[in-house]
Write a protein of this length. Structure first.
Length: 356
C-alpha cells in the first residue's frame, strides 16, 4: 500500500512540473504596427546590433543619433530625408508601412559604455554633436559592473522612460563568467534585453566589435555566438572605405521587419567632424573585404573630371555615357557630391559643370 502511495505521489509531482498546454489561435492575434526610431535600420521595441572593427566610427555615429533624439530632430539632414520620402513615393510604397522614424519631441536616452571615459571622451563628443546632455543618462556601475541581466537596467528604463538604450560594447556587459561563443550562455542574455525592449517599447542598440576572421563575409565576422544576430531584428555593419579613410559606411546585413535599407555613408574628419553623405553603392561583404568601392568611386570621379573638363554637359547625356562605362547612377551621384559639381537648369534640362 505504501509503495502504491509513493508511486501516486511521484506521478503527482511529475505532473506539477510539466506545464499545462496552452494554444494560441492566430485568428485572435492582433496585427501590430512597427514603430521606427530610424527606418528601416532601428525599430522601437526590438534589439538592433551595430558592429564593426575598432575605430571605424560606430560609437561616434551612435552619439550623433543620440544627439538628434535628445533635441527631437530627424536623424538624417532635411535634404536627405526629403529625398528618401520622394524615392518611396516614386516606388508607390504605402506611407503607413514606413512611418516617420524620428520622435517629434526630445526623448531620454540611456547610454552605457565599458570602454570610454564619460568626462574626457563621451561628453565632449555629445557636446560636439549638439546633444541635450540633460537627457542622456548613465547607470553608475563603478561599484558593481552592469550586465545585461542586471535588474538596474530595467529600473533605469522605468525611471527615465528612455526610448533608446545603448550598451557599448556588448562584450563589456555579458558578465565575467559568460563565454560569448556559447549559445546556451548568450541566449538568455539576448532574450532578456529583447523582452525589455518589447515591454517598454524602447529601442535597444548593442554595439559590438567584429572578430578577426580574415574572410570578408559579413556573416563570418560577426559577434561570437550566432544567437547574438538571431535575437536581433536588425543588424548593421560600420566600416571605412579603402583608400578613402575619412568615409565610413553603414550597411544593413539583417532586417527582419522591413526591406534592407540602402547603405548610407558618413564622413568622419578630424577637422570638419561628422557629416552624413547619403546612399553609397557598396555591399557589406565588399565593405569588409576592402574591395570595389574605392575603385568605383575613383573611376566615377575621373570620368566626371574628364567629361566636364571643357565645360558643362546635360545630365542625361552624362548618365548615359556613365552607364556605357559601367558606372552606376548612385556611384556617379556620390562622386558628383564629393567633387561639389554644380547643377544648373537651362530650359527644361539640367546641366552639370565643375565649380569655378
Amino acid at each position: 500500500m505504501m509503495e502504491t502511495n509513493k508511486v501516486e505521489t511521484k506521478k503527482t509531482e511529475t505532473k506539477r512540473m510539466e506545464p499545462d498546454l496552452k494554444l494560441i489561435n492566430m485568428e485572435t492575434v492582433e496585427v501590430e504596427q512597427i514603430e521606427w526610431l530610424f527606418y528601416p535600420f532601428i525599430p522601437f521595441g526590438k534589439v538592433t546590433i551595430i558592429q564593426g572593427d575598432p575605430g571605424e566610427g560606430k560609437t561616434t555615429m551612435v552619439l550623433q543619433i543620440i544627439a538628434k533624439l535628445t533635441r527631437g530632430e530627424k536623424i538624417l539632414p532635411e535634404q536627405k530625408q526629403a529625398t528618401d520620402e520622394k524615392n518611396r513615393a516614386e516606388k508607390n510604397v504605402d506611407s503607413a508601412a514606413n512611418p516617420v522614424e524620428s520622435p517629434i519631441e526630445p526623448v531620454n536616452v540611456i547610454y552605457q559604455t565599458a570602454e570610454d571615459g564619460l568626462g574626457d571622451t563621451i561628453k565632449p563628443r555629445l557636446l560636439a554633436a549638439g546633444a541635450d546632455c540633460s537627457r542622456v543618462l548613465v547607470i553608475d556601475d563603478r561599484e558593481q559592473p552592469l550586465t545585461m541581466l542586471d535588474i538596474r537596467l530595467e529600473e533605469a528604463i522605468m525611471q527615465t522612460k528612455a526610448r533608446l538604450v545603448v550598451l557599448d560594447p556588448i562584450q563589456g556587459f555579458l558578465g565575467a563568467e559568460v563565454d560569448m561563443h556559447r549559445a546556451n550562455e548568450i541566449r538568455p542574455l539576448m532574450k532578456r534585453v529583447a523582452v525589455l525592449a518589447e515591454k517598454y517599447r524602447c529601442a535597444i542598440i548593442l554595439i559590438g566589435h567584429m572578430n578577426k576572421n580574415s574572410n570578408g563575409k559579413s556573416s563570418y565576422r560577426g559577434l561570437g555566438s550566432i544567437d547574438f544576430q538571431a535575437a536581433a531584428r536588425s543588424v548593421l555593419i560600420v566600416g571605412r572605405i579603402k583608400d578613402e579613410p575619412e568615409i565610413r559606411v553603414v550597411c544593413h546585413v539583417k532586417s527582419s521587419l522591413a526591406p534592407e535599407g540602402k547603405s548610407i555613408a558618413f564622413r568622419l574628419d578630424k577637422e570638419t567632424g561628422f557629416e552624413w553623405i547619403g546612399e553609397y553603392d557598396i555591399s557589406a561583404d565588399d565593405l569588409l573585404s576592402g574591395d570595389s568601392r574605392g575603385q568605383k568611386s575613383r573611376k566615377a570621379k575621373e570620368f566626371l573630371l574628364e567629361i566636364l573638363a571643357n565645360g558643362g554637359m546635360a545630365q542625361k547625356k552624362i548618365e548615359e555615357e556613365a552607364e556605357n562605362r559601367g558606372i552606376k547612377k548612385k556611384t556617379l551621384r556620390n562622386a558628383k557630391l564629393e567633387l561639389e559639381i554644380d547643377s544648373v537648369k537651362r530650359g527644361n534640362q539640367w546641366f552639370w559643370m565643375l565649380s569655378e
